[in-house]
Design a protein around this ligand. Sequence first.
Ligand code: NAI
Length: 253
Amino acid sequence: MSDHKRTIVVTGGSRGIGRSICRSFARADNYIYFNYFSPGDPDAEKAAAAETEKLISEAGGSAKSISVNIASENEVTNFFEKIIGETGRIDVLVNNAGITKDALLVRMKEKDWDDVINVNLKGAFICTQIAAKVMMKQRYGRIINIASVVGVNGNVGQANYAASKAGIIGLTKTVAKELAARGITANAVAPGFIETDMTASLPDKVKTAMLGQIPLGRAGKPEDVAAVVAFLASESADYITGQVIHVSGGMYM
Ligand code: NAI
């Protein structure tokens, strides 16, 4: 392993898959930074972030979190400047933060299209661009983007979300090609149906229909996704780049 502490940056670490990803890095030799953002309920999001920090410290690691909207270039720039100021490095970037604003195509509001693309796709672009400049100087970096099975298969009611996740896959492959010569890998993880707040609010009818499409016969857990992210960030995955790893119980083959 490396002879210095690794700096790990995870977007959207307060809950769900992002929290599990942060926890998978909870070790004394990692600095973990994560952000979170909720325009609707900032206090609850802050409390959730504090809980993630607590879980990490109980596991022997340490993490710092801050409310940063990844769709805002200014906020993201300040976030990364703070991290660089404190640790001087970015070893791993996990672009995990994401939102849904579902509606059938013919009813989808332009604002709901823009919001989802701005957070899920533009947000990942902004974070990746800033982190890549640091990683290029280090001649080392691991970029892991959370896509979705929906970005490959499409899904009724999710034109904005599916487009953002298909975009993430294109972004991942391009970044992988552009940065490979600098020792940087970029891969995507495509979860299927995972039990988090994002899926909790789905109507039972939709949940049952989704479960019916999963050969392994169960919804996934955030830890199922986090384990693959941890592998892609580890030296065991040094020869893997530009890939999309599906973690979906076989929903997509
Ligand atoms: P979640 O809703 O439980 O958590 C979302 C996280 O993103 C929170 O930490 C929230 O603070 C953060 N966030 C939201 N908007 C943000 C913004 N503008 N700036 C910064 N942070 C922001 O979501 P979940 O289920 O954990 O999803 C995580 C990722 O996995 C997302 O990219 C999602 O699209 C993807 N995914 C989830 C699946 C599922 O079944 N839950 C399936 C496939 C992909």
